[in-house]
Ligand binder design. Structure first.
Ligand code: NDP
Length: 257
């Protein structure tokens, strides 16, 4: 990029693959990136939110593809990347968004729940990144955006496998950023704070934890899903070409305290 102008945030002609991009926060990423001109390829476990996402992306004048697939299935990542390239004509941006959280008291935690959380939040993210990086390295450009969490930076005692996975995502983001720089691939992440979604509704409405959390947030407000959209567009766009290895908290300042 030789100069900075309004085009610096544009994603015209780019293809973004978003895991879990049809529902929850992922749907907002599909909407945000298509608003700035990217075509979207969604890989999700189910068809939840698909119709609404399709309408939104097409409403933004962009193409959307959809693959229903469990990304924790061993050996599937190369095929998913190949399918995206075949159907959409390329791959420029990978958003590793799919994730789950399982909550329990430490000694009651089941091994199978540890496996589920690590398999999706860390192992699948690694496999998708590795498969995408091989493709992006050949074309000598790409953006990988990993969705971490405040749990990438702090400890959640009732969700310790999630904390372990999200710390792993932060480490992977930094190490990949270093390793992939020579191929002109930037690897960054977002660490959303307390964002009001279906996943966090019960917590927000809890008469004790709800007010406690709000009190801790310097901005005094829970986050709204649309507040992640600007940071996502920035990390996906040429405007962030000199930013790599960063996991940006989007948390109203929660981590400051
Ligand atoms: P949701 O549960 O609403 O969304 C999770 C997404 O992952 C869904 O689109 C789901 O698809 C997809 N998914 C789940 N399992 C698989 C699988 N095996 N294969 C493919 N896709 C799968 O959660 P959120 O939108 O809240 O969370 C999205 C990301 O943001 C996660 O990584 C989460 O850790 C992170 N995050 C969320 C915060 C919040 O406040 N909500 C805070 C910090 C981080 P489907 O709908 O088809 O099942």
């Amino acid at each position: 990029m030789s100069s900075f102008n309004q085009q610096s945030f544009q994603l015209n002609g780019k293809v973004a693959l978003i895991t879990g991009g049809a529902s929850g926060l992922g749907q907002n990423y599909s909407k945000a990136l298509s608003l700035y001109g990217a075509d979207i390829f969604v890989v999700s476990n189910s068809q939840r939110g698909w119709e609404e996402t399709r309408q939104a992306v097409e409403g933004n004048g962009q193409k959307i593809g959809f693959l229903q697939h469990d990304i924790t299935e061993p050996g599937c990542a190369d095929e998913i990347i190949a399918q995206c390239v075949k159907e959409m004509g390329g791959l420029d941006i990978l958003v590793n968004n799919a994730g789950i959280q399982i909550r329990n008291d430490v000694l009651a935690f089941k091994d199978e729940d540890w496996d589920k959380v690590i398999n999706l939040n860390l192992n699948a993210l690694y496999h998708m990144s590795q498969a995408a990086a091989k493709y992006m390295a050949k074309q000598k450009h790409g953006k990988i955006i990993n969705i971490g969490s405040m749990q990438s930076y702090r400890a959640g005692k009732f969700i310790f496998p999630y904390t372990a996975a999200k710390h792993g995502v932060l480490g992977l983001t930094k190490a990949y950023a270093d390793a992939l720089s020579k191929y002109n691939i930037q690897v960054n992440g977002l660490a959303p704070g307390y964002i009001l979604t279906d996943m966090t509704k019960a917590l927000a409405e809890d008469p004790v934890r709800g007010p406690e959390i709000k009190e801790h947030i310097p901005s005094g407000e829970w986050g709204r899903p649309e507040q992640l959209m600007g940071p996502m567009v920035f990390l996906a766009s040429p405007a962030s070409d000199y930013v790599t290895g960063v996991m940006l908290p989007v948390d109203g300042g929660y981590l400051l305290r």
